[in-house]
Ligand binder design. Structure first.
Ligand SMILES: [Zn+2]
Length: 154
């Protein structure tokens, strides 16, 4: 009789334990599903970020190419400047460099017969005459009375 009671108690314990295992297995499935969802979200986010990175890398490459091209243009322009300065006398280069250090453009046309193309103020008749070649243009460099830019007759 006592053996039978013990047997029943064990059977009850087995049943309770099996139920607990069932609950745990269900929880395990839920966790596995959550991991799966998280993995999919991660993959999508990773793909988007990779696309962004390649976009940025392509832009960096384009900008680097542009920087290289511009550096080459600057080098070519500097060489042209050296070539252009060659035949110009030192006094005229000094005048040019002095003006260039404070305003651009340095050399401007005379507009409306007696106005500086840079500051638009009136230029004296002497300067206009020099610009028109009535005096020795080699000796005298015509400059605006107001802003000091070199002027020329068009
Ligand atoms: Zn001027």
């Amino acid at each position: 009789m006592k053996k039978n009671d013990e047997y029943q108690a064990l059977g009850h314990q087995i049943e309770t334990t099996e139920k607990a295992i069932g609950v745990l297995e269900e929880q395990e499935l839920e966790v596995m599903y959550a991991i799966d969802v998280a993995k999919k979200k991660f993959a999508a986010a990773e793909a988007e970020l990779k696309a962004n990175i390649s976009g940025h890398e392509a832009r960096i490459k384009t900008l680097k190419e542009r920087a290289d091209n511009l550096a080459a243009e600057v080098k070519a322009a500097q060489a042209e400047v050296v070539t252009a300065r060659g035949p110009v006398g030192e006094p005229k280069l000094r005048v040019y460099d002095r003006i260039a250090s404070r305003q651009q453009p340095v050399i401007v046309p005379i507009v409306h017969t007696d106005k500086c193309g840079g500051c638009h103020l009136k230029i004296s008749g002497d300067v206009v005459s020099v610009a028109r070649g009535k005096f020795d243009p080699i000796a005298a460099l015509p400059t605006c009375d107001q802003c000091g830019r070199i002027v020329y007759w068009e």
